[in-house]
Design a protein around this ligand. Structure first.
Ligand code: SF4
Ligand code: SF4
Length: 442
């Protein structure tokens, strides 16, 4: 079976959070393939830990996938501060005989170094066009855990487990390996907290992750980590702001200083993303529909909202409100067909991760979260039918049927975009709904 079909049958999707089916993304040819080991969200650890624990598997998976897309250059993007991981990778690259093909690309310790477009520019010097994706400039970007999953797929092992970092204001910080479908609350309790009444949980990194609204949910292939903070932490208060509230505050206070624009990573890449202009359109109720489409250029990195704005306003939420309106009108951003050039000041406007962590009020929680590689035990899982970009899976098992871990239980709908799902524990199918397949362990 071809590697692409192995990847498809293993149900691999982008493990970095985007959740795009990997077999579709890799069905292309590229000049560069980049492994995204930037991990620029404060407190998250999993990519470095995987590189440290499974360097050979990840390097072999990366070499396979680089050959698959016929890349001329295979680069591992990693921040220079991870000296030990870099030394390990360089040693293993040499010992595995990949030195003439795979190299380590050093990234600055800035946010958002892991944004695909920033990553592509830092490692190749190419600028992804406005509203574009890396393949538009001959680049394919893969997350570290995705590459590990590709290696496992080549050995016939589908995606049945997920690495999750637990961090924040908790007694026990750690990265755990859990079966997909495990109850989120059971995973959260590994943090040493039993009662979450006075806590809020961020699903993902502190910059881009939303507040988790349903702790009764279950782990999917897209989860990466949970940041647990007290409800009165300033970051939680900021994340809890509604679009209506944001609009009221923005209107009263925005002084048009344009710091949000001057530090915006997409603006600095030469794109026309100018959040201060969108604030002006909203605050003065200007009827500027052409300007509103600029909101489609925002990558929602939240830098303007949590770092740049000296008045603590909500330019990102303002972008989001415009994006919703523009999408509802079915409009597209009309990009000028031009050569992009990074802004002259970009080099001096990179935001150091340490300063960002301090601004978020997270410095005291920026500590080790050791990897516990023993698979968490659970006797019940709910495997969601829709875990990726595309259509939900079609169940291929029935209630009462005995299944084994790794068995395919849901397939891609005919002619649709998607990725299959697999049982993550041995057991019996006890329930099938429109949303999930539930398996009870034996
Ligand atoms: S940084 Fe804040 S105050 Fe300045 S223009 Fe942007 S939103 Fe307005
Ligand atoms: S969230 Fe703000 S800083 Fe980030 S891309 Fe959008 S406008 Fe720029």
């Amino acid at each position: 079976m071809s590697l692409l079909n192995q990847i498809r049958d293993a149900g691999i999707i982008g493990a970095g959070g985007a959740g795009f089916p990997t077999h579709v993304k890799l069905n292309t040819k590229a000049d560069y393939i980049i492994m995204n080991g930037a991990e620029c969200e404060p407190l998250l650890r999993v990519d470095q830990q995987l590189l440290e624990s499974y360097p050979d598997e990840i390097l072999r998976g990366f070499e396979m996938v680089a050959r698959l897309v016929e890349a001329k250059d295979a680069v591992i993007g990693i921040k220079g501060k991870h000296r030990e991981v870099i030394a390990l990778l360089q040693k293993r690259i040499a010992e595995l005989g990949f030195s003439d093909y795979i190299r380590v690309g050093i990234l600055p310790d800035m946010y958002p170094a892991g944004d695909e477009q920033v990553l592509v520019y830092e490692l190749t010097g190419r600028i992804v066009p406005e509203t574009g994706i890396p393949i538009d400039v001959g680049c394919v970007v893969c997350n570290v855990e995705t590459v590990l999953n590709i290696y496992k797929a080549s050995c016939g092992k589908p995606v049945t487990e997920k690495y999750i970092t637990l961090a924040g204001d908790i007694p026990d910080r750690m990265t755990v390996r859990v079966p997909i479908g495990t109850s989120i609350i059971d995973v959260l309790k590994l943090s040493g907290i039993e009662n979450f009444e006075s806590y809020a949980v961020i699903d993902g990194g502190p910059m881009m992750g939303p507040i988790l609204t349903d702790m009764k949910g279950c782990i999917t292939k897209k989860n990466k980590g949970f940041i647990i903070l007290r409800r009165d932490h300033p970051l939680i208060r900021k994340k809890s702001c509604s679009i209506d509230n944001a609009r009221r505050v923005n209107r009263a206070v925005c002084e048009q200083c344009r710091m949000c624009t001057d530090l915006c990573p997409r603006f600095l890449l030469g794109h026309n993303m100018q959040p201060h202009k969108l604030m002006r359109i909203a605050n003065y109720m200007m009827d500027d529909h052409s300007g509103e489409a600029m909101s489609l250029l925002c990558c929602q990195c939240n830098l303007c909202e949590y770092y740049s704005c000296p008045a603590g306003l909500h330019p990102r939420l303002n972008n989001l409100a415009f994006r919703t309106k523009v999408n509802a009108r079915g409009e597209r951003y009309q990009s000028e067909n031009r050569q992009y050039e990074v802004r002259a000041a970009r080099e001096f406007r990179k935001i150091p991760s340490k300063r960002l962590t301090a601004r978020l009020g997270l410095t005291e929680f920026d500590q080790q979260a050791p990897l516990n590689d023993r698979l968490m035990k659970t006797d019940r899982v709910r495997i969601m039918l829709g875990q990726c970009v595309g259509a939900p899976c079609e169940p291929i098992v029935s209630v009462g049927e005995t299944v084994t871990a790794g068995q395919m239980i849901g397939r891609i709908q005919e002619g649709k975009l998607g990725a299959p799902i697999h049982a993550s524990i041995d057991g019996k199918v006890v329930n099938i709904t429109e949303e999930y397949i539930e398996i009870g362990g034996e």
